[in-house]
Design a protein around this ligand. Structure first.
Ligand SMILES: Cc1cc2nc3c(=O)[nH]c(=O)nc-3n(C[C@H](O)[C@H](O)[C@H](O)COP(=O)(O)OP(=O)(O)OC[C@H]3O[C@@H](n4cnc5c(N)ncnc54)[C@H](O)[C@@H]3O)c2cc1C
Length: 460
């Protein structure tokens, strides 16, 4: 039962919903945040904490000359609780903003639970509340009953693709006589554990991956199975060709075991690995490591058998196995305004992967915008779109990993500029131009936003 006194309700306590609820509360407005876990869990989540990171623990490149880094910086300046908390609990990740996921999510849960204007309710919402200002942030694994109600409300079919998560390994079970610490091109700290293959080992491993048994997809899923090109299962990559993994997650370039000498010395050339599996630190203590780019749909027993063929992982103990599942999203360009309000009901907003944005940082940016606009609706203020520079950041983060077909579901101004699809080099050049004026534009925009808000808060 939904309280009739609530002004704003946020459904879903993932990255988008957590950010959205915080922005509403920080604007001085009471908000109910509905999160179904642990009453009901999803196929990808493992805890009952808010803002759980379901696969990698990385928010992407940190540097503000990269799309993700620019978005981080913009969100930081806009008071994002997600980015602020990520900064506090960062772990070494060679130029990326990666976090200790357990502490990160736990602290966000505590922070939101202790906010006097946030009421955290642990229950599944099965219908879109008809009253109040509502933000839908239930993510790619929105429960079937709410999804059915949303479909009824919009009158539109969902879109979907398949996505997968990588396994996590106990650090002590990794053979560190074989695995070596290094970041690619020695950038930043030596933050990754790298498991090196020679050519024979690589070919055997690929063969085992191609032969391994996959978990069953349901019939209707098999028919429609479209993978997300930025997050392909490792066995799918293995099947695409002998070299595919070596140009993808097993890329050896820039990685050398310093214990073997200086990589610049010609006699050490043949000691360079043929392929490398990278492990990224999961927690501050370095007790857990996730397998970078090892999303998989193999049966769990097969994952253990095949991944233990990786040099250094012969005795690996897994605390989490890889999983694959269907992601659902709505046709945002048709349904939403760039303010993330539904065209047919402006008091209903949506954010996060449910609207087709991909990645932790883009979900956070959408949550920030939906929360800001929900607050502005309560305050009687005009709703806003993301500043152009931030849209560019969102766009570029999104396209750096997505295939063109996934642009479609993004709302018009939240990262869709059709002329920018494809052609990575061209995108990068254009991005450079935007980056240069990004942060100063943001300051101006923020000032305008604050002034408007201040005036109206005083008036109301
Ligand atoms: C398996 C998988 C792997 C991924 N890997 C990565 C990655 O490595 N890096 C990256 O940047 N991005 C990754 N993504 C994408 C990224 O997770 C999402 O973009 C981001 O988490 C989306 O945030 P969100 O808030 O929209 O959804 P979520 O984080 O999924 O949050 C939605 C929340 O809503 C809750 N919920 C659902 N239905 C209901 C309901 N009816 N009532 C109440 N609560 C409900 C869920 O329990 C959940 O807590 C991955 C996604 C998946 C699914």
């Amino acid at each position: 039962m939904i309280s009739s006194t609530a002004k704003v309700q946020v459904i879903g306590g993932g990255l988008a919903g957590t950010e959205a609820a915080w922005q509403v509360a920080q604007a001085g407005i009471p908000v109910i945040l509905h999160e179904m876990r642990p009453i009901r869990t999803s196929p990808a989540h493992h805890s009952q904490e808010l803002a759980e990171l379901v696969c990698s623990n990385s928010f992407g490149a940190m540097s503000s000359d990269r799309a993700a880094g620019l978005l981080h910086e913009e969100l930081r300046r806009l008071g994002s609780i997600i980015i602020q908390t990520a900064d506090q609990h960062a772990v070494p990740a060679g130029g990326a903003l990666a976090v200790d996921r357990g502490i990160f999510s736990h602290q966000l849960t505590e922070t939101l639970s202790n906010h006097p204007l946030i009421e955290l309710k642990r229950s599944e919402i099965t219908e879109i509340p008809s009253e109040d200002i509502v933000i839908l942030a239930t993510g790619p694994l929105t429960t079937p009953s709410l999804a059915a109600d949303l479909q009824k409300f919009t009158g539109m079919e969902y879109m979907s693709f398949f996505d997968a998560a990588s396994p996590i390994i106990v650090g002590e079970s990794i053979n560190q006589d074989i695995a070596f610490l290094a970041s690619r091109y020695d950038k930043g700290d030596a933050a990754y554990l790298n498991c090196p293959f020679n050519k024979d080992q690589y070919l055997q491993f690929r063969e085992a991956l191609c032969q391994a048994e996959q978990a069953e997809l349901k019939d209707f899923e098999r028919e429609t199975a479209k993978f997300f090109e930025g997050c392909l299962p490792i066995e799918e990559l293995a099947q695409r060709g002998e070299e595919t993994m070596r140009y993808g997650p097993l890329k050896p370039i820039g990685l050398f075991d310093g214990r073997l000498g200086d990589f610049r010395e010609p006699e050490n050339k043949e000691k360079r690995p043929y392929a490398v599996v990278q492990l990224r630190q999961e927690d501050k203590q370095g007790q857990l490591w996730n397998m970078v780019g090892f999303q998989t749909n193999l049966k769990w027993g097969e994952q253990k058998r095949v991944f233990r063929l990786i040099p250094g992982l012969e005795k690996a103990e897994f605390v989490r196995m890889g999983v694959m599942h269907r992601n659902t999203f709505i046709n945002s360009p048709q349904l939403l305004d760039p303010t993330l309000q539904f065209k047919i009901r402006p008091t209903l907003l949506a954010a996060g992967q449910l609207i087709g944005t991909e990645g932790y940082t883009a979900a956070t940016a959408g949550g920030w915008l939906a929360g800001t606009n929900a607050a502005r609706l309560v305050l009687g203020l005009e709703t806003v779109t993301l500043p152009e520079t931030m849209m560019m950041g969102a766009l570029f983060e999104f396209i750096s990993s997505a295939s063109p077909k996934h642009f479609q579901p993004m709302p018009p101004n939240f990262g869709i500029l059709p002329e920018l699809t494809g052609k990575i080099r061209q995108k990068r050049e254009r991005y450079g131009k935007y980056r240069d004026r990004a942060l100063s534009d943001l300051n101006e925009w923020q000032l305008k936003l604050n002034n408007k808000q201040k005036n109206l808060v005083i008036l109301s």
